[in-house]
Ligand binder design. Structure first.
Ligand code: NAP
Length: 239
């Protein structure tokens, strides 16, 4: 696909992987809607995109609030009248032993990592189904293939995203919509600093590699689609 002037929402665009995805998409000519809570960081990302005459729009939004999600999608509809691509990237990590895992931490994780993905997909489909075209990429994690201790609820939230994505992909294929999953492991961001402090910083993947992976997926010919990609640190255990 030619990404020029494609309208893309990137959730969690203020830092880490989402920031890198937003910048790479803007370099390809896409109009990138930058959504996250921290306005100052979104302004920094927008300035970076402005520096190469890229196109972006800041929409501050807390993904754990349904009203913010509804506002985000109505703003996009109002501004552009279409949505070509949604990238559900916003996510949080809270670790801890399952035996005494706090219910409020469970809710925080599920609200951002899963419920927001569900609501954003639902809102995107309301625009994409009438268009008869659209692409949704959900950022999952390598944890869905493993069983890391102290990560049960984070892992459950990402497994929920996998289930939602696979069913949705089959449900909306007839409407011209394609859905993909990316399962990264060990990217150099603030999230990994708290999730895996044991990993050497020098072994971590740069967020730009996840961004380039997304660009690769989206830029294939219109006849091709990649359902999912597992991308890991080169020093991590294969498979
Ligand atoms: N780093 C890794 O190794 C790794 C591996 C596998 C999967 N992932 C996944 O990749 C995604 C991005 O993570 P990252 O590593 O880039 O983490 P990060 O650097 O901590 O960035 C997380 C992003 O999510 C946003 N976010 C968090 N809570 C939000 C909320 N309530 N509303 C709106 N935005 C919110 C943050 O923005 P604000 O704080 O400004 O709201 C930020 O932009 C996550 O889904 C994560 O689970 C990461």
């Amino acid at each position: 696909m030619d990404l020029n002037n494609k309208t893309v929402i990137v959730t969690g665009a203020s830092k880490g992987i989402g920031r890198a995805i937003s910048i790479e998409l803007a370099k390809e000519g896409a109009i990138v809607v930058l959504a996250a809570r921290t306005k100052e960081k979104l302004i920094e990302v927008k300035k970076n995109i402005d520096s190469f005459n890229g196109k972006s729009l800041i929409v501050p939004a807390d993904m754990s609030r349904e009203e913010d999600i509804l506002k985000l999608f109505s703003k996009v509809k109002e501004e552009f009248g279409k949505l070509d691509i949604l990238i559900n990237n916003a996510g949080i990590f809270i670790g801890g032993n399952l035996v005494d895992f706090d219910i409020s931490d469970y809710e925080k994780i599920m609200n951002v990592n899963f419920k927001a993905v569900f609501l954003c997909c639902q809102q995107a489909l309301k625009i994409m189904i009438p268009q008869k075209n659209g692409f949704i990429i959900n950022i999952s994690s390598n944890v869905v293939f493993k069983g890391y201790p102290q990560q049960a609820i984070y892992s459950a939230s990402k497994n929920a995203v996998v289930g939602l994505s696979k069913s949705m992909a089959n449900e909306v294929q007839k409407d011209g919509i394609s859905v993909a999953l990316i399962h990264p492991g060990g990217v150099d961001t603030e999230l990994i600093d708290s999730a895996r402090p044991d990993i050497n910083k020098s072994d971590l993947m740069p967020p730009e590699d996840i961004a380039k992976t997304i660009i690769y997926m989206l830029k294939l010919s219109d006849n091709s689609w990649v359902d999912e990609i597992i991308i890991r640190r080169r020093t991590a255990k294969p498979f």
